[in-house]
Design a protein around this ligand. Structure first.
Ligand code: TLP
Length: 345
């Protein structure tokens, strides 16, 4: 199977499995797991933040951040396709008593300017309007096709949010992909944000886990909320060990996934019935439309599966994500399969 549904499907590398087998462990609810502690210290160091917390999922990391930055009856300004809003089970309402105030990106890339954000802001308005408590941005932006906030854009948005008295949370599930594509460090992209979540379990290839980063005081509170949400784990160094390997081993290779995604996009652009602009594919996410082929995503995915290619999609839009378990040869094989599925009559 060539599994392009997501970069979450990666299997742990031999080095990760070895590290997991040999991990030194302790009870992390007591703060006594040395491997978890090492991972948290290393992540904080790489990101230039005071502290980090290992959380089971990106969703939990994001939702703890929403909880800590907001209060019930407030709003979170977020791009309309943002993961926190669309794919986390309405947790912001269920857990924090907040709702999303979705805004559009004026250039359609999913990457917000301060003007785009301003359209959804409620700061010092009438007391009966729910006030904005948080601005949430996503880099790379998953559902917009892996698009990017540059360092300059991130700085601008954060500076202006801070001037308006608002914190910024960065959903950096794929921030290492963003940093690779922009030739920046993750620290530079994360620096202006008040909190950052990134995933070890996506393009970095660890089997489980994400990190939440911020000030020491923020992370101390986050630890309590992790426990409340059922995420206090015990001898979890066996998982953190894979995360430590992922942090060092994978980022230098992410450019290969990006080159594969671009090749996939260029090949797709030549297939009749596919709508895609390959120039917009800058990281590891490829989104294309098949309406012109007279098919929907469910039909295309089902037929592709018969050719041993797995893809995800909704409506007439299909998403394919490259990762280290997909080679350049796999991309060429997938393109042949897609061509067959879309042009067969
Ligand atoms: N994204 C998953 C699906 O939920 C769509 C994927 O396959 O891409 N932020 C962003 C930007 C994400 O893309 C994801 C996962 C998360 C947060 C949540 O991470 P997990 O799945 O660990 O809760």
């Amino acid at each position: 199977m060539i599994d392009l549904r997501s970069d979450t499907v990666t299997k742990p590398t031999p080095a990760m499995r070895r590290a997991m087998a040999e991990a030194e462990v302790g009870d992390d609810v007591y703060g006594e797991d040395p491997t978890v502690n090492r991972l948290q210290e290393r992540a904080a160091e790489i990101f230039g933040k005071e502290a980090a917390l290992f959380v089971p999922t990106g969703s939990m990391g994001n939702q703890i951040a929403v909880k800590l930055h907001t209060r019930p009856g407030s709003e979170v300004v977020i791009e309309e396709r943002g993961h926190i809003f669309n794919y986390e089970m309405a947790a912001m309402a269920a857990v924090s008593g907040t709702i999303a105030r979705p805004v559009k990106s004026s250039d359609g890339t999913g990457v917000l300017t301060w003007d785009d954000i301003s359209a959804g802001l409620r700061v010092h308005t009438a007391y009966y309007l729910a006030p904005t408590a948080l601005v949430a941005i996503e880099n790379s932006h998953n559902l917009a096709g892996g698009t990017l906030y540059t360092r300059g854009r991130t700085e601008d948005v954060c500076e202006r949010a801070h001037a308006a008295g608002l914190p910024v949370h960065l959903d950096g599930a794929r921030i290492f992909n963003a940093a690779t594509a922009l030739n920046e460090t993750v620290a530079a992209l994360a620096r202006p944000a008040d909190s950052v979540m990134f995933c070890l379990s996506k393009g970095l290839g660890a089997p489980v886990g994400s990190m939440l980063l911020g000030t020491r005081a923020f992370i101390d509170e986050a630890r309590a909320w992790r426990k409340l949400l059922g995420g206090g784990m015990r001898q979890v160094g066996v998982l953190a060990a894979a995360g430590l390997v992922a942090l060092e081993e994978t980022p230098p290779k992410l450019h290969e996934d990006h080159a594969n995604a671009r090749r996939l996009a260029e090949g797709l652009a030549e297939i009749p019935g596919v709508k895609i602009d390959p120039e917009r594919v800058v990281t590891n996410i490829v989104i294309f439309d098949v309406a012109a082929a007279g098919l929907d995503a469910a039909a295309v995915s089902a037929r592709l599966a018969e050719h041993n290619v797995l893809a995800a999609g909704a409506g007439t839009s299909i998403r394919m994500v490259t990762h280290y378990d997909v080679s350049r040869a796999d991309i060429e094989t997938a393109l042949v399969a897609i061509q067959e599925v879309l042009t067969a009559r």
